[in-house]
Design a protein around this ligand. Structure first.
Ligand SMILES: Cc1cc2nc3c(=O)[nH]c(=O)nc-3n(C[C@H](O)[C@H](O)[C@H](O)COP(=O)(O)OP(=O)(O)OC[C@H]3O[C@@H](n4cnc5c(N)ncnc54)[C@H](O)[C@@H]3O)c2cc1C
Length: 375
């Protein structure tokens, strides 16, 4: 048996590291402070309704990275699902998001039929900027002020607690516009699926290895490191160092679940709210494939209220990226602390906004490199 390794966090980052180490003969102890595996991807079937819900918000798997998909396919079967979102812009009006030709026709009362006409129309609305300094500049230069004010300004304020001017354009850049009929939320990703039996089942298979010992409801303590040769740690890096350079802020989300006897989703999985209300979106889980029995008469609707992580039991979801990257600078101070026996991984360990496929990709590259250098 090779060295003993401690892995902190049973999300994708920790679990991929654990699996690869185990496959290569390392003796792995994987701990998580929560009482379940799968990190923020954890899902379960609600007893009352028999509907599968994702405890930490809807997780849609999308990527163009064939290696990541092939790797995860060893641990799950997949069900095809291409995510689509609509936005409620007033009491009864739902329009597609990301903005496409139909959104523009609805908002401006137009009847455009092709991309060229939409582009020519928008060309008169956009405000060109030489230097893109923040999210507002970027949006104005792509879609103009009116669409920005409807779809992004109040939404950004409630999601990030910041005005568009204070937010990095990297955050809004993730959302693609289409001036055709394209209405998929991730139009550029060639691989879009959900694990057929859920994410938790995928993680159970991923972690099913004789060299992995899983300990749940176990908070990391620095004294644990002494019992191991190395530690991969996906806890928040600022917390590990007792916040010596200050706190790295995160946005969090309060999930408000309700059991409904009437399906008023109109077949939509996610309906966003771009208005001033405190909610950002609602999810109707039964509309996701393999999430409910066909003849179920009870439905679960989950509404989301964003907040600072200090208002939600320190549940850290989204690292805050400001236009001046002030927290990125603080993160670098933590990152530059020299450590021989520990490496920080994952969303909170590296203070990055990462989708699942990105965490899997980074983790595979990182652990393979580490194992090679340790041979
Ligand atoms: C609301 C929401 C929606 C999302 N939707 C999508 C989506 O649709 N598609 C997509 O690709 N990605 C989505 N993501 C991102 C996805 O959740 C992450 O990419 C992924 O979970 C990151 O994995 P991780 O291992 O880095 O972190 P996590 O999954 O957060 O796992 C970290 C684990 O470490 C544990 N931990 C932390 N501190 C300690 C400690 N001191 N001691 C012991 N254990 C500790 C935590 O309990 C946690 O289980 C979403 C994220 C959120 C929050």
């Amino acid at each position: 048996m090779k060295n003993k390794v401690l892995v902190v966090g049973a999300g994708f980052a920790g679990s991929i590291h654990a699996r690869e180490l185990a496959e290569n003969g390392y003796n792995v102890t994987l701990i998580d402070k929560r009482d379940h595996i799968a990190g923020n991807c954890y899902d379960f079937i609600d007893r009352e309704t028999s509907v599968r819900i994702h405890r930490y918000g809807p997780h849609l798997f999308h990527t163009s990275n064939g290696t990541v998909f092939e790797y995860l396919s060893k641990f799950t079967k997949w069900t095809k699902y291409e995510h689509r979102v609509v936005v409620k812009i007033n009491k009864n009006k739902l329009v597609p998001l990301p903005i496409n030709i139909n959104t523009i026709n609805d908002i401006f009362n137009q009847t455009f039929k092709n991309e060229e006409d939409v582009r020519a129309f928008l060309d008169k609305l956009i405000i060109r900027k030489k230097n893109i300094m923040n999210a507002e500049d970027w949006l104005y230069s792509k879609i103009g002020k009116e669409l920005t004010d409807i779809f992004y300004r109040p939404y950004t304020k409630k999601m990030w607690g910041l005005d568009l001017k204070e937010v990095s354009h990297a955050i809004v850049k993730r959302i693609k516009f289409s001036f055709s009929n394209e209405d998929r939320y991730f139009p550029n990703d060639t691989i879009q699926y959900l694990p057929t039996n859920g994410y938790t089942c995928l993680f159970e298979n991923l972690l099913d290895h004789e060299n992995i010992d899983i300990k749940l409801s176990q908070n990391f303590d620095k004294s644990m490191i002494n019992e191991f040769d190395f530690c991969f740690n996906s806890m928040p890096i600022d917390e590990y160092y007792d916040f010596r350079y200050g706190h790295l802020p995160y946005r969090s989300i309060k999930f408000v679940h309700s059991t409904e006897t009437r399906d008023s989703s109109n077949g939509h999985v996610v309906i966003n709210y771009s208005d001033q209300s405190r909610y950002t979106r609602e999810t109707w889980w039964h509309n996701l494939p393999k999430h409910a029995e066909k003849n179920n008469s009870l439905y679960i609707k989950t509404k989301e209220i964003p907040c600072d992580y200090s208002e939600n039991n320190l549940e850290r979801y989204y690292p805050v990226k400001t236009h001046d990257d002030r927290y990125g600078k603080t993160y670098n101070e933590y990152k530059n602390i020299n450590e021989n026996q520990i490496q920080f991984i994952g969303r909170c360990g590296t203070y990055q906004y990462l989708d699942m496929h990105q965490v899997v990709n980074q983790s595979l590259i990182n652990i393979k490199k580490w194992i090679k250098s340790n041979e």
